[in-house]
Ligand binder design. Structure first.
Ligand SMILES: Cc1cc2nc3c(=O)[nH]c(=O)nc-3n(C[C@H](O)[C@H](O)[C@H](O)COP(=O)(O)OP(=O)(O)OC[C@H]3O[C@@H](n4cnc5c(N)ncnc54)[C@H](O)[C@@H]3O)c2cc1C
Ligand code: FES
Length: 278
């Protein structure tokens, strides 16, 4: 059993938790994730390891409530225990000295970007970060990202902070300014990663993206998480979740993500009814 040590609501529908998981914490590397089950009867869901504290054996998860399991987790309190936390899973990010790296994060994806960004900074890269959100308050972890960035650019759809627009506007601004980027990472909603990758291609920048297909086992046994990259079928849970953004078959991924929409809606409604929130 994996005890919830802290719980904080960071913005509407987003929660930040530290969990006791010593074996995961001792091996976790930036870019990896865990598969969580709230209870014996629960579904398995993948969540990125947003941070880890090897010394105390704790990991940090930051998640958005979108369906039954994430709602269930949001209702758990400090001292409650998750039935399963399996990991670390996935291939770690290719963090090394690249030169100047551009880190692009959107929504809850910023949580997944953070450990990679920090490691890249500690390895001596020049780190330029663009964080985007619909409004200023939805851009999470600004201070933590700023601490490990040489420059932090914020973009908001409504112009409530930074550049009014989307992350790709920030990318273009940097190139127009003459900034030379050696490598980029984009993590966020699939549509954001798709357009970041297309813009990076136009600008001639290699880019990693962290894909979030539906997963079941998370250990390479079922293929639920399959994606097409550079014409080859890959399993995101073992070959990824990070891939070359220029090679991803984005439209196929988006179609597959919608596969269980009806069942997910029914399951959430049933759960909210049970707990008296509908
Ligand atoms: C490797 C990986 C790492 C992830 N890390 C995080 C994280 O750190 N924080 C976080 O909040 N989420 C993360 N996700 C997404 C998370 O797994 C889903 O939000 C979760 O499975 C939803 O479960 P649910 O039962 O609450 O909702 P469901 O009932 O399963 O789904 C409800 C709705 O959520 C959307 N959804 C479902 N699964 C996904 C998915 N995999 N990606 C995007 N949207 C989805 C769909 O629109 C769906 O209709 C990650 C996904 C992957 C594959
Ligand atoms: S989730 Fe089953 S193979 Fe990746």
């Amino acid at each position: 059993m994996f005890e919830i040590l802290t719980k904080k609501k960071i913005v509407e529908k987003e929660y930040d938790m530290w969990i006791k998981a010593p074996r995961v914490a001792s091996h976790a590397k930036p870019g990896q994730f865990v598969v969580v089950r709230t209870s014996e009867k629960g579904e398995r869901i993948p969540l990125t390891i947003a941070d880890f504290d090897r010394e105390n054996g704790n990991i940090r998860l930051i998640f958005q409530t979108v369906g039954k399991t994430t709602y269930e987790m949001s209702r758990m309190e400090v001292g409650d225990k998750l039935a399963d936390v399996v990991g670390p899973l996935g291939t770690p990010s290719e963090v090394k000295k690249h030169g100047t790296v551009l880190m692009i994060g959107g929504g809850v994806g910023i949580a997944a970007l953070f450990p990679i960004l920090r490691e890249l900074k500690l390895l001596g890269n020049k780190v330029i970060t663009i964080l985007g959100g619909r409004t200023s308050e939805l851009v999470i972890m600004k201070d933590e990202c700023a601490k490990y960035s040489d420059e932090l650019i914020i973009t908001t759809d409504d112009g409530s902070e930074g550049i009014k627009g989307v992350v790709t506007d920030g990318m273009k601004m940097l190139i127009e300014r003459g900034e030379k980027i050696d490598y980029a990472w984009a993590i966020g909603p699939t549509i954001m990663m798709k357009f970041s990758a297309l813009t990076a291609k136009e600008l001639g920048i290699p880019i990693w993206v962290s894909l979030n297909p539906i997963m079941v086992d998370g250990t390479g046994m079922c293929g639920a998480c399959r994606v097409t990259v550079n014409g080859n079928i890959r399993f995101a849970c073992v070959d990824g979740p990070e891939f070359d953004g220029h090679g991803v078959a984005w439209d196929e991924l988006m179609t597959r993500l919608k596969q269980y929409k009806d069942q997910e809606k029914i399951s959430l409604e049933k759960y909210l009814n049970e707990v008296g929130e509908m």
